[in-house]
Design a protein around this ligand. Structure first.
Ligand SMILES: [Zn+2]
Length: 274
């Protein structure tokens, strides 16, 4: 899909992108028991990168124009060398996308201001811009996709509520979400499907247990404390009266396994030096 997005005009590809997103998000949604295609803060949050509070379920429909634009910028020196001129449609499509980019950059309080030096204005000479500064095209796709992240962060924000605010603050801490992107090295570190479902729902602020009434008062059978609605579902993750489980064993094992792993690496590098 990345190759297609970089090489094909988005006006031509957008239907395929939408189809791809629908298939991908409905499959992932079925796995975790959530509607990821719904217009809800939780579903939009899921589309954010893992380091930005999401689960990295990217929507290619949103990034396709920027992927193509970045590729257009990168090929300018090569196209010039072979005297290849862009077609009228290509030039028009570039201008349309640049128009959207500058509209976003000129909004009051907009982020991504580092892009201002890296993309020409819609009516500027695109070829001349990137021939003069070819380095501006380097890693441009990632920089442009920050515009999508910025927009998703805005629409994924819940109306002010204390529980969501604490949750978002926690998962946005540096490295707080690394566990979602590393590969388990030991069988004990593998997360089961039901554990992932719980993790993702909690992360996205989706109901952990569907059908729990928001204002219904529940009482924990272990510590006897009262909780309302989904707070009660979340309490299962932190009840101090709960005894150690397989899940806790996995959690505690990671620090214990670190010294042995680093020793093994040292042993290997020592023997390879011999
Ligand atoms: Zn409890």
């Amino acid at each position: 899909m990345t190759h297609l997005m970089r090489t094909t005009r988005p006006t031509f590809l957008i239907g395929a992108c939408r189809h791809f997103d629908e298939r991908f998000l409905s499959t992932l949604g079925n796995k975790i028991g959530m509607d990821l295609l719904a217009d809800t803060p939780a579903a939009w949050q899921a589309s954010l990168p893992v380091a930005k509070k999401g689960i990295g379920a990217t929507r290619v429909e949103m990034i396709a124009p920027y992927a193509w634009m970045a590729s257009q910028a990168a090929i300018v020196p090569v196209a010039h060398q072979f005297s290849i001129r862009p077609s009228d449609t290509t030039q028009l499509t570039r201008r349309l996308i640049l128009d959207v980019i500058w509209h976003k950059l000129d909004e009051p309080g907009a982020g991504c201001q580092n892009l201002r030096d890296r993309v020409p204005r819609p009516d500027a000479d695109f070829e001349a811009f990137y021939r003069a500064a070819p380095a501006s095209a380097r890693q441009l796709q990632g920089a442009l996709c920050a515009l999508v992240t910025q927009e998703l962060l805005r629409i994924a924000r819940c109306p002010s509520d204390d529980v969501s605010a604490v949750r978002e603050q926690r998962i946005a801490q540096p490295n707080a979400s690394r566990y979602l992107t590393v590969l388990p090295t030991e069988p004990e570190l593998i997360m089961e499907d039901h554990e992932m479902r719980l993790i993702i729902k909690t992360r996205l602020g989706a109901p952990v247990i569907p059908g729990m009434e928001k204002l219904q008062r529940y009482s924990c059978g272990l510590c006897s404390q009262p909780y309302f609605g989904q707070d009660f579902a979340a309490h299962f993750l932190s009840c101090t009266a709960m005894t150690a489980t397989e899940g806790l064993k996995r959690h505690n094992q990671s620090p214990a396994s670190l010294p042995s792993t680093s020793n093994a690496v040292e042993d290997r590098s020592a023997s390879s030096r011999k």
